[in-house]
Ligand binder design. Structure first.
Ligand code: DGI
Ligand code: FE
Ligand code: FE
Length: 198
């Protein structure tokens, strides 16, 4: 019980049904995939598997809102947002997701909340759980479009350097954003530069 960081099994699995109701089918299947992948990586890298499962199933819990709605919701709840986030509202599903996880789904574990909060941009100095959720989001089974997926999946499960996996994903994401003429948040750049220097 305590390993479930204070939540009992029923509560944890009720999060699955809540996400199934809240998210569309495709997004729900993605979230189940992230939870499963995060659990597997948690076993490999020595992280609490239940925290990985909870963070994985909830990471996109705010994905059901439109960009402008996310901006409004954040302002209403007093969540600080940058000018860049105001213009790229979809990024806020991570921040607002952490808010919902805490206030709607009763999660108090700060590491789980941070894993949700930073799952889109990443950040400098991420915890192991944050890295695991960030990586799982990119490699879970229903993802199939990203560049270098086979190599990244291989490295995540067969390598011994999780930062190397992180860097492969960050590099590909920035490359993709540049190629598709998308502007990049400073948090994303700072995270990439932090891990590139290591
Ligand atoms: O919510 P998901 O689709 O499961 O995944 P996610 O939350 O990681 O979002 C992925 C998208 O976010 C992907 O298309 C890359 C984009 N993204 C990540 N960092 C930035 C960004 N987009 C912009 N414009 N700027 C960023 O810094
Ligand atoms: Fe997301
Ligand atoms: Fe996701």
């Amino acid at each position: 019980m305590s390993e479930y960081c204070g939540y009992d099994e029923k509560q944890v699995f009720s999060l699955y049904s809540k996400m199934e109701e809240k998210l569309g089918h495709h997004r729900y299947i993605h979230s189940v995939g992230v939870a499963g992948t995060a659990v597997s990586l948690a076993m490999k890298y020595g992280v609490n598997v239940y925290k990985a499962q909870i963070a994985g199933i909830l990471h996109d819990c705010a994905k059901c809102y439109e960009d402008e709605e996310l901006v409004k919701l954040c302002l209403k709840k007093g969540i600080e947002i940058s000018e860049f986030e105001e213009e790229h509202g979809f990024l806020l599903h991570a921040k607002y997701g952490a808010y919902m996880a805490e206030n709607k789904y009763g999660i108090s574990d700060e590491d789980i909340l941070n894993a949700i909060r930073w799952h889109t941009t990443g950040r400098e100095n991420m915890s192991l759980l944050e890295k695991i959720v960030f990586i799982s989001d990119y490699i879970e089974p229903t993802r199939n479009k990203a560049a270098d997926l086979p190599q990244i999946r291989y490295e995540a499960f067969n390598g011994n350097d999780i930062d190397k996996v992180l860097l492969m994903i960050m590099r590909d994401t920035i490359k993709y954003l540049n190629a598709s003429d998308n502007s990049i948040d400073t948090t994303t750049i700072r995270a990439y530069e932090f891990y590139e220097k290591r």
